[in-house]
Ligand binder design. Structure first.
Ligand SMILES: Cc1cc2nc3c(=O)[nH]c(=O)nc-3n(C[C@H](O)[C@H](O)[C@H](O)COP(=O)(O)OP(=O)(O)OC[C@H]3O[C@@H](n4cnc5c(N)ncnc54)[C@H](O)[C@@H]3O)c2cc1C
Ligand code: FES
Length: 270
């Protein structure tokens, strides 16, 4: 089966949280913090929320955004402004309310004590991987290859520096302003040749995840990838997010994904 974990759509709620804070990084990247969540709101790393970005009919469709963290009643999302929907979110003000559906979709396999996982995230793709670290079992270990264009896009990572686990961040930037100058996949490839891992996780631009898949194949490791397929309803009804897996199955990315077994993805497609 192409999906790793059954999605938890039945746990999804429709709610209207209030914007508590918007923290700007650079190049249209920002951290959106939402409060006034439904009681007991929780999620599994890799799941997303589907956000209505306008009270009018334009844009009509909700925008899917991975959940980075839920902590002390605050839901955090790392967002890049790329078009009208994300621009409207960026222009929101603390105190505004949003219309949110979630959590939706499948999750990454939790990292168990004694396991070590190699992760590669590019841009906003680091968000669900930071969630993986946040939710890993005590004693879990891993390496997160954190790739961005420039150092000012790297967030405050203190909340993810866990003392009860063994995770290391490896930064790479296009301009060399922090860490390795080049792709985070260069670092991931180097680590895969040196360390023993149980699995590889990835989220980010397609070409980056394709390279991570190649690394997994070379190392003979399972790989879980969070795919950014454009979505409609988010609930499995509209079929707007369907793609065909390598074994010919039609996958609804919103409920059979976004996190899928990398070996079921046709990476060569356009
Ligand atoms: C499961 C999932 C999780 C996501 N998590 C995040 C996240 O944590 N942070 C974040 O910033 N973004 C995330 N995205 C991508 C985000 O949903 C899109 O960037 C957003 O919907 C674009 O809306 P827009 O109105 O701003 O841009 P539009 O005007 O709709 O599009 C602007 C440009 O972006 C392209 N685009 C739109 N949607 C996508 C997409 N899904 N993938 C690739 N290109 C796209 C369009 O083709 C167009 O070129 C996620 C997408 C999915 C499916
Ligand atoms: S977005 Fe409607 S079926 Fe997936």
């Amino acid at each position: 089966m192409p999906h790793l974990h059954h999605s938890c759509q039945e746990q999804a709620a429709l709610f209207q949280p209030v914007i508590a804070d918007i923290q700007d990084y650079s190049r249209g990247l920002f951290l959106l913090a939402l409060e006034d969540l439904p009681e007991g709101f929780s999620f599994k790393a890799g799941q997303f929320v589907h956000i209505r970005v306008s009270s009018s009919d334009h844009p009509l469709l909700r925008r899917p955004i991975s959940i980075q963290r839920v902590h002390q009643g605050r839901l955090e999302l790392l967002i890049r402004e790329v078009g009208v929907g994300t621009q409207l979110l960026h222009l929101s003000k603390p105190g505004d309310r949003l219309d949110v559906l979630g959590p939706l979709g499948t999750a990454f396999s939790p990292i168990q004590p004694g396991e070590r996982v190699l992760m590669a995230g590019g841009g906003v793709g680091v968000a669900p991987l930071l969630a993986v670290i946040d939710q890993a079992a005590v004693g879990a270990a891993g390496d997160l290859c954190y790739g961005v264009s420039t150092a000012s896009e790297i967030q405050e990572l203190d909340p993810f520096q866990r003392k009860d686990c063994f995770f290391t961040f490896h930064f790479s930037t296009d301009d060399g302003s922090r860490g390795h100058q080049g792709f985070c996949t260069d670092v991931a490839r180097m680590l895969a040749g040196k360390q023993v891992y149980n699995r590889i996780y990835t989220c980010g631009p397609w070409i980056m995840m394709q390279k991570v898949f190649e690394i997994a194949c070379e190392a003979g490791l399972p790989v879980e990838a969070s795919l950014e397929v454009q979505m409609g309803c988010g609930l499995g009804a509209c079929l707007g997010c369907v793609y065909q897996s390598t074994d010919g199955e039609f996958i609804r990315s919103c409920i059979d994904g976004p996190v899928v077994d990398g070996y079921t993805v046709e990476w060569e497609r356009a």
